[in-house]
Structure formats: C-alpha cells, structure tokens
Design a binder for this molecule. Sequence first.
Ligand SMILES: [Zn+2]
Length: 172
Amino acid sequence: MRTLVLNAEMIPTAEVPVTEALTKVFLGKAYTVEEHPRIVFRSPGLTIAAPVSIAMFRYTRLPASFYGRAALTNENLFLRDGDRCLYCLRTRKELYEAGLRLTREHVLPRSRGGPDHWENVVAACQACNCRKGSHTPDEAGMPLQGRVWVPSVGRLHRLRMDRRIRGLHAAE
Ligand SMILES: [Zn+2]
C-alpha cells in the first residue's frame, strides 16, 4: 500500500510506502489526513489505521512541474472528466457493465482539423463517440455535459487522490 503525501498547503506532492508515511507521523513531521477504512497496523499496545494520506507540518516549496500542464494521456483525460462520458454522463463502471468503455473523443473532429489538445478532447463512451462521428456537438445534437479545461500536474494529483478515497469507501 502507498500513501499520498500532501504538503502544508494540502497539495499532493508524492506517494510513499505506507511504512514511510507512518514513520513521518511518528517522528512528528506529518499527521494523518485520511485513514484507511480497513487496514490497520498492530504492535504491542498500539493499533493504528494505515494512512491513505498524510500532510506535512512544514511548508516546502513545490517543484515547478506541479504547476505545469499535465500530459494528455487517456488515463489523465478520463481522470479530468470524472471517469464518465461527457455526452451521456454514464460512469466508467456503468459503461463497463454495458460492455462499453471510455475513449478519447475530439470535440471538433480530427478529420476536420480538430487538434489533439486538452481544449479539444473529452472522455466519451464508444457509443457516443460513434454516434457523434465526424460532427460537432451542435451538428450532432449532442451538447457537452461538462467543461473542457487544461489540468495541471498538481490538479490531476488531487483528482487522483479524490478518486482513490472514493474507491476505498465504495469498497466498504
Ligand atoms: Zn456516452
């Protein structure tokens, strides 16, 4: 298990093995933000929940890369769009159950010069992607149900953390 490390401003900065996270807590350098709902560590006289995330007490400078634009990969795109199709709003899980998966969809189609940039791509299920074809959302009568934006590396880290915490609780 790995633990997310937040800086003093609650911005995710790293992931470390859970034992390393516990050491930081024991040394008084960090505190637990979110505990794992099930995993605990036991030693004589002490039971402690595994930290899903910890926050450092001391302020440290963030690497400049945190503010930079995130790489456009399908996984990053699905993360930005909340793991759902931005046309029909079905979640990844619902799509999976329907035998469909998420794809990268170009709002202005590539065949019409649409660039492969954050500002022109959304997560869309195979059904919506196919139905929209080489049309714009207007032409296809398929309005976008979400905003298209350029995420920073740090912003995606935070979304990834939220997703992980949601996943932990969903599994309870
Ligand atoms: Zn869809």
